[in-house]
Each structure stands twice: as C-alpha cells, then as structure tokens.
Design a protein around this ligand. Structure first.
Ligand code: ATP
Ligand code: MG
Length: 563
C-alpha cells in the first residue's frame, strides 16, 4: 500500500477498494458511511471525510450512508442533526435511504452484550474510575486484572440487568469485555462496553440508562448496515484490533473492514467541534455559522461554493501521512472558483462624494459593463451614471508629488478613468467643518466612454465608482484570520489568547451598484478592485443589504494582514 501517494486520481483507499471490487469481495459491492456525532456543526475536516466517503462510493458504483453516531446522550442535540443533514446535501451528496442512527440499534447492542456475557467474555466491573485507570497500567506497564473479572455468567447477567433497570448510580459499575490486561495495545485491556448514564436521549428518550461505548458500537453499526469499507481517521488505528475482536466474537451479519487516513488540519484555525463550540458558547463569534469559522455553514455564509470546497478536498489528497495544510491552499481553491464564476459589480466601501460639474442634474446615462470580462455569454449590466457619484476615499489624493507608477488613481488636478464610464479630472476639493474632505468636484472629458481620451490627457489609472443617487446602501463585513497564531490549539496556551479581536470589521456606509441589490441571498460578486463578496444568507434583505467579504483578489495576507 502506498503511503505517499498524493495524486487525487489514485489514493491508497481507491487502490484497496478497486482491488476488493476486482476480487469480488462483498459481491463487488461498495458501501461506505459518514458517521458524525451530532455534538456540533460540521467543519472543513468533516467536508474532507464526506467528499472521501461519498466520493469513493460514487466512484465504485456504490452507496454511502449518513449515520449519526449518537451513543453519548449528554452533548447531542436535534439542532446539530438538522445542520449536519443540511451541510451534507449542500456539499452535493445524497445518502442512501433514510438517515441512520446508532441509537436505533441499541436493542441489538444490548442483545450482543448479553451474548458476550453468556460466552464468558464480558463482565460487570465495580472498580471506580480511578481504580480502573490504575489497573489498566500504561503503554509500557502491563495492566492488572480486575478483582471482578471472574464473576460467573449468572451473576454478570443479573448485575447487567440491574444496571439496565437503573438500580445503580452513574459510575458505580460498567460492563467490560474480557480480553487481555497485558496487551501492548491499551484498547485491548478489557475495554468498557456499557456505562450507566441517567440522561434523556434525543432519539430514545428515557428508554435507556446504560449506553454503549464508541468502540462497542461503531463496528457493529457498520456490520448491521452492510458497510464494506469503514473509513476513519488515524487516531482509530489502535482501535482496529478491538473493532475486529467484536466482529469475530459476535454473530454479526456482515464483516466490514476499517481503514484509516490522516486528518485534515488547517493552520490559523481549529478543526475540532469541541473547540469551535467554545467560541460559540463564549459568544466571540456569531453562532456556528459565523463566516469566520471553518464550519461548513460558516464557509457557505462566507460565500465559498460547494464546488470549491470539493475541489479543495481533492487537492489536499488522501494519505496516511498527516500534516497541516496551509490556509492559502483553501483560499487558492476559493479564488480559482470565484474568478471563473463570480459576476462583476462595483461597490464603494469608503465613500467620497463626487460632483461632476459638467453633467446635468437629474439626468441618468446608462453605461454598460460586462457581467464577466472573459465570459461574454453572460451579457452586460447597466450602470447609472449621474451628476453625483461616490468613489473610494483611498482612490483620491491631494498629493501631486505621488508618482504615476505608485498611485494609479485620482490626484488633484489630474485625470482618471471611471471604470466603464468617462475620464474625469479632479478640479476642486471641498472640506467640511472638521477639515476632512467632504466632496470632490470633477469634470468629465466628453466622448471618452469606451474611447481613448484626446491627446495630452493621460488618466493615471482606472477606479471604480457608483452613482450617489441610483446606488443602494449596504453594510459590508470584512474578515481577517480568526486567530493570530498559526497553531492556536497546538501549544500550552489557552485557545482564547490567540483569538483575533480584529477578525471582524463592519463598514456601515457602503454603496453598491443596482445589480447587487437585486441579487439573491448567497449570491457572490467580484467587487472590482476590492475582492469577492456575497449577500449574507441570514441578515440581508432587499431593503437592508448585508454583504460579507469572501476573500481578497490576491493572496496579500503577508503584506496586509488578510483583509
Ligand atoms: P471533532 O473532533 O471535530 O468532534 P470527530 O472526529 O470527533 O471530530 P465525528 O463527528 O466523530 O467528529 O466525525 C465524523 C467523521 O468525520 C469521522 O469519520 C471522522 O474521522 C471524520 N473527521 C472528523 N474530523 C476530521 C478531519 N479533521 N479530517 C478528516 N476527517 C475528519
Ligand atoms: Mg468525536
């Protein structure tokens, strides 16, 4: 098996499955599963797992299950179940049949636990958690057998039944498999099968007060569902012998095989539901779908397309060698997609009022501009040109000593082209009481729409603009990295120490051309010279536009800090 094969066309899992199919294993059928625990929203790491599991099934003419691994009632919620289903579908995948729940197999797991007790390979153990941990030993020190290990079958059946009935308090006893306390693999040292948890479960209500462990549930869930290839991340590699032990010792209808690949990690962010939940619970972000988060719903709200995320997951490849992927790679995939697909528009983020003194008041001239520069088939949009306009404050300077090379914008007394419209000259600056420039008076050069200016008139560059009377106001949110540290959760520091307090900047007074105000929720645009932006899918309405910055035009993080 190849460890270092990063070519998307043939990762080691594709090789294994294609060999299995060729050899006629499982009658040549392939069934995978994506098994999230509903204890938070899915993130970019899950997107990788989804693309892999659904992608492999599709490639080999098989199917993929969506199964909620809901064996831990404490941290799970219906909200998460709904969000996970929405996210998987949005990513472009459809699961086979109904959504599955591990909890719907609880009766079967219970029957299988009884089976192991009757076979003499499971026992009720009364050691306290501290004692049990001491008895387990550690990697280099073999464990000791529990004094309860040799209880008879009848006593175990009786105790387990009393556990089920709720006769014992949480923590007083557990059901364990009888395997090998001296195994070099800690997972094989009489692992826990059932714990007492007096919790209401979101699917089974108060039917159970004992819950199976992850290890006792996972492989059996796969077996019940007829999963052929159970793909998980590397931290489960040491659990594989246990996964196989259960399948061997239980009368399961089918024998899945487990394969592991390396988790996807991204720098400057966290990919752990538990850590993301902390950001949400401590209100430093606006819920699980905050556009700064690497959650699938956050990235969607940010304006990333599902196609770009699928491409990214393909680009990073699938291997057994872990590592941290640079955020720049995700951004590359996002930009590549948007450059090709985002319609162009103009938006002024920091407005400066401009009066075109030689253009009559009340008149509207409709300029046309391509929706996309290289995709003419998308057609053109109309830009209303009026006497009063807005340009960005940063596009005007009174400093006439600025070189033409450095400052390709408007300078007092000089010319600039307004994109898809006239060449104008900056004639006069008007100041408010505070001394700030409040207005700029310009004059247009007639006949310059779509035409070069007459000889002797040399515009410094091209800037964007909107009509002050025919554009729409918008609130625009700019984002920066969520954390100031490359590995916010990878050292001894508290995660929150590295939270970037400047990760959100809101501009309340922006102006967009009319085509943007007409767009649907989640539509993404390239605002010329500014970057990619999308219509917020939670707060925006036609009368109250809220726009999120998706990403800048170029990778300028090193120089400008990501805005
Ligand atoms: P988290 O630590 O964020 O809770 P998890 O692995 O506990 O992650 P699950 O809900 O158990 O989350 O994950 C469902 C599936 O997604 C599992 O098969 C898991 O291996 C996979 N997965 C989770 N995180 C990643 C990741 N960063 N890269 C690849 N696959 C992942
Ligand atoms: Mg988990």
């Amino acid at each position: 098996m190849s460890n270092s094969d990063h070519t998307p066309s043939s990762n080691f899992l594709q090789q294994i499955i294609s060999e299995d199919v060729a050899a006629g294993h499982n009658d040549g059928q392939v069934r995978t599963r994506f098994p999230p625990e509903p204890n938070g929203y899915l993130h970019i790491g899950h997107a990788k797992s989804i693309c892999l599991n659904f992608g492999l099934a599709k490639q080999f003419g098989g199917v993929c299950n969506l199964r909620f691994d809901d064996t831990n009632p404490e941290k799970e919620e219906q909200e998460y179940i709904d969000a996970i289903k929405r996210d998987v579908r949005w990513l472009g995948f459809e699961w086979d049949g109904e959504v599955k729940f591990a909890s719907s197999y609880f009766d079967q797991f219970h029957a299988w636990a009884l089976h192991l007790i009757r076979e003499g390979v499971a026992y009720v153990c009364d050691l306290s958690a501290e004692e049990a941990s001491e008895y387990r030993g550690w990697a280099t020190k073999p464990g000791k057998e529990s004094p309860y290990r040799n209880r008879g079958v009848d006593e175990n059946l009786d105790l387990f039944e009393r556990m089920r009935k709720g006769e014992f308090d949480e923590g007083t006893c557990v059901l364990r498999a009888k395997i090998d306390m001296t195994s070099p693999n800690m997972n094989m040292r009489d692992p826990i099968l059932y714990r007492i948890r007096k919790e209401n479960h979101h699917q089974t209500g108060d039917k159970w007060c004992i819950y199976p462990s992850y290890d006792f549930a996972h492989g059996q869930e796969d077996a019940i569902e007829g999963v052929t290839h159970s793909i998980c991340t590397l931290e489960f590699q040491d659990h594989r012998p246990l996964y196989e032990w259960f399948l061997e010792h239980l009368p399961v209808p089918n024998t899945p095989r487990q394969y592991e690949f390396a988790r996807l990690n991204l720098n400057y962010t966290v990919t752990s539901k538990r850590k993301l939940k902390r950001l949400v619970d401590e209100n430093v972000v606006d819920g699980w779908s905050d556009p700064r988060l690497p959650t699938i719903s956050g990235m969607r709200r940010r304006g990333y397309s599902s196609a770009a995320l699928r491409n990214f997951c393909e680009m990073v490849g699938t291997s057994r060698a872990g590592g941290v992927v640079d955020m720049g790679m995700l951004e590359f995939a996002i930009r590549e997609d948007l450059n090709e697909n985002a319609p162009r528009a103009m938006c002024v983020l920091h407005p400066l009022r401009v009066v075109v003194t030689n253009f009559a008041e009340g008149v509207v001239e409709h300029m046309s501009a391509p929706i996309h520069p290289s995709r003419v088939e998308l057609g053109e949009r109309k830009l209303p040109f009026t006497r009063e306009l807005y340009i960005d404050r940063a596009d005007f300077s009174e400093d006439t000593t600025l070189s033409r090379k450095k400052f390709k914008r408007l300078v007092a007394g000089e010319y600039v082209r307004l994109r898809s419209a006239y060449v104008v000259r900056a004639d006069e600056v008007i100041r408010g009481d505070d001394g700030e420039i409040s207005e700029l008076r310009v004059s247009l050069v007639p006949g310059t729409v779509g035409e070069s200016p007459p000889e002797g008139i040399r515009p410094r560059g091209v800037i964007h603009w909107v009509s002050a009377t025919h554009s729409k106001p918008a609130k625009v949110r700019l984002y920066n990295r969520l954390f100031n540290h490359e590995a916010p959760d990878n050292d001894d520091d508290d995660l929150m120490m590295h939270f970037n307090k400047k990760s959100l900047v809101t501009l309340d007074n922006c102006w967009v051309e009319p085509s943007v105000a007409e767009a649907e929720s989640e539509a993404v645009f390239q605002f010329e010279r500014e970057g990619y932006f999308c219509i917020d899918n939670v707060e925006s309405s036609k009368d109250d536009l809220v726009i999120n910055k998706t990403i800048g035009l170029k990778d300028t993080r090193e120089r400008k800090g990501g805005m």
